[in-house]
Design a protein around this ligand. Structure first.
Ligand code: BTN
Length: 228
């Protein structure tokens, strides 16, 4: 059921009580030629929420589920850092201290509170964001948590703060995003696993590649190849 009650400055919002997945809906809009820049699909719940690595994103009522559509004729690896910083700053605005786990998982006390799925389709990019507010699923892969374990949060207020931060960091110069990402990153200067070897996580370069050190060699890593 379409509810359409949410208004966000500069965005065309399509909101639903429950749909399969805001991300899948965004893909359908693009495929049907109905998508436009700054369209956002929001749902109060999803019955087929999708995560990275083809995982499910369990999506009960009470959390934030949104897929933002932006024009993007080309892939931009820097986008995922801007999105992670925007979510982290939104959580910080409630007095809660998050960390970013590369590339854009958001953790509080080492448990995942938010995930991001970035997918390109046609001339658009879809930025799917889930933030646990009132419920957190138990999943085998990692520990999870939710915002109301730390503070009182209204999902509509959370969404409007998130949108302001997305606008701010997506449009900011990448150097400031990169620096903020590194301030908030978990595992910086620690050992992480890359192609079966332990390497030191050094930071992010100007183009959004991850810099790691293997002995005296510095390597640039793209894609999802690091695990912590
Ligand atoms: C992850 O695996 O960490 C990414 C999770 C992304 C979940 C969001 S919720 C809104 C959007 N719709 C989906 O089906 N997935 C994304």
């Amino acid at each position: 059921m379409k509810t359409g009650c949410l208004k966000l400055a500069g965005y065309k919002v399509l909101s639903f009580d429950k749909i399969s997945s805001t991300q899948t809906y965004a893909h359908d809009m693009i495929a049907q030629g109905k998508a436009s820049d700054h369209m956002v699909i929001v749902a109060a719940a999803q019955y087929a929420g999708r995560g990275r690595y083809r995982r499910k994103w369990v999506s009960h009522h009470g959390n934030l589920y949104a897929s933002f559509i932006f024009n993007s004729p080309e892939r931009d690896p820097r986008l995922s850092y801007a999105v992670a910083v925007a979510i982290a700053e939104t959580i910080i605005s409630y007095g809660v201290s998050p960390q970013i786990k590369w590339p854009n998982d958001i953790l509080v006390n080492k448990a995942k509170i938010s995930g991001v799925l970035i997918e390109y389709a046609g001339r658009f990019v879809i930025v799917g964001i889930g933030i646990n507010v009132h419920t957190n699923p138990t999943v085998p892969e990692y520990k999870t948590t939710r915002l109301d374990e730390y503070t009182n949060v209204d999902v509509t207020d959370l969404m409007s703060r998130l949108v302001k931060n997305l606008d701010k960091f997506i449009n900011a110069d990448f150097d400031s995003v990169r620096k903020r990402w590194m301030d908030l990153a978990a595992g910086l200067n620690r050992l992480v696993k890359y192609r079966g070897e332990m390497v030191e996580l050094i930071g992010v370069n100007d183009n959004g590649a991850l810099v790691v050190r293997r002995g005296i060699e510095y390597l640039l890593v793209h894609g999802d190849e690091i695990s912590m």
